[in-house]
Design a protein around this ligand. Structure first.
Ligand SMILES: *Cc1c(COP(=O)(O)O)cnc(C)c1O
Length: 356
């Protein structure tokens, strides 16, 4: 073996959902928002002066940080921003998970959590969800090097009541607890107000789902001034200019259009609730999701078979070939029209396959 091979950092990377590009496709596999970003984002893009690209962007991402602080009623010093919440979460791992003790997260959860642990050499111990796919708060009382979980959880959609989130944070005063609220706008109550009460809490959110801007890569974290200061120190030690000028302007513009944001979220929630009822009538069961997706299982047709059949029809959903969830499909809530085509396909497919 060549000597250099011994010193390569070898990791198993995160596998994102596929990004097919068929003209007639229905894309329900990566929890993107089916509606366009706010018209104010289109306007900000048109108004952007390309001559500004000569200059480095503002390293503090000031316009975006200030717009977030204003929108959420916080101080700018309590806001950290990054290239999607994936970047924000990775920075949090690097900054706070250095005790050498295992960090804790659920066994069924966002599949990036163990990937970051591996790339940074952080030990971890995953905690099994209960038989209803819920987080058991008692599992997080043991000694650990930090805690991270999404609320609502992904891919289950299950929301952990705020009292339980607080219970976990309050049982762990000596480590940083990260609540990943990628889907919070679609239903649950945010843990954001708790950052005043707990100095070990970080609340992470994103523009990728509820603000229809997955392609712009904007994520952010709220925490007390000291935590945000530590995060910025690490960020500036890594890459001072993670967010480009154009993205900063578009992100700030999106935050100004509260009416559009609310209307879009309401439409998705209404579609989600209707599709829950229609899927149940077709023989599907699912945990009660508060995200922009449903995690479904059919009483007789295996998930993998349905996944393949849907894919052939250019309807893309997500299948995870993993223990405990290999008979389930995660389906993003699209427009009403997209969901009607999805439901029509299922009706016809089930009629055929149950006759055989
Ligand atoms: C989508 C998602 C993210 C990542 O979002 P980006 O901001 O696009 O990086 C983080 N956590 C969870 C649970 C997600 O589902």
């Amino acid at each position: 073996m060549k000597n250099w091979k011994r010193n390569v950092r070898r990791v198993i990377p995160y596998t994102p959902g596929e990004q097919p590009n068929e003209p007639d496709m229905i894309k329900l596999n990566t929890n993107e928002n089916p509606y366009p970003p706010s018209p104010d984002v289109f306007a900000a893009m048109r108004a952007f002066d390309a001559d500004r690209l000569r200059l480095y962007p503002d390293p503090t991402a000031g316009v975006l940080v200030d717009a977030l602080a204003k929108r959420y009623g916080r101080k700018s010093s309590e806001v950290f921003v990054g290239v999607g919440s994936d970047d924000v979460l990775a920075m949090c791992y690097l900054t706070f998970f250095n005790s050498g003790k295992p960090i804790l997260f659920p066994d069924i959860t966002y599949s990036f959590y163990d990937v970051w642990a591996n790339v940074f050499g952080i030990p971890f111990a995953s905690q099994p969800l209960d038989e209803n796919l819920c987080i058991r708060r008692q599992d997080y009382y043991k000694e650990n090097g930090g805690i991270v979980f999404p609320n609502p959880n992904a891919p289950t959609g299950v929301y952990l009541p705020l009292a339980d989130v607080e219970d976990i944070v309050s049982h762990n005063p000596d480590v940083i607890c990260i609540v990943d609220e990628a889907y919070i706008d679609f239903g649950g109550m945010s843990a954001l107000p708790l950052i005043d009460k707990y100095d070990n809490l970080l609340v992470v959110q994103t523009f990728s789902k509820s603000r229809s801007m997955a392609g712009a890569r904007i994520g952010y974290a709220f925490g007390n001034e000291r935590l945000i200061g530590y995060l910025n120190d690490v960020k500036y030690s890594f890459n001072s200019y993670t967010m480009d000028q154009w993205t900063l302007s578009c992100g700030a513009a999106a935050l100004g259009d509260e009416a559009y944001f609310r209307a879009t979220v309401e439409k998705i929630v209404a579609t989600r609730e209707r599709v829950k009822r229609e899927l149940a009538a077709l023989g599907f069961t699912m945990p009660d999701s508060l995200g922009n997706f449903l995690f479904i299982r059919h009483r007789s047709v295996p998930a993998r078979e349905l996944f393949e059949a849907l894919r052939k029809a250019h309807i893309y959903v997500r299948y995870f070939n993993k223990p405990r969830i290999d008979n389930m499909l995660r389906v993003t809530v699209g427009t009403d029209e997209e969901m009607d085509r999805f439901l029509t396909f299922l009706k016809e497919y089930l009629k055929k396959s149950l006759k055989e």
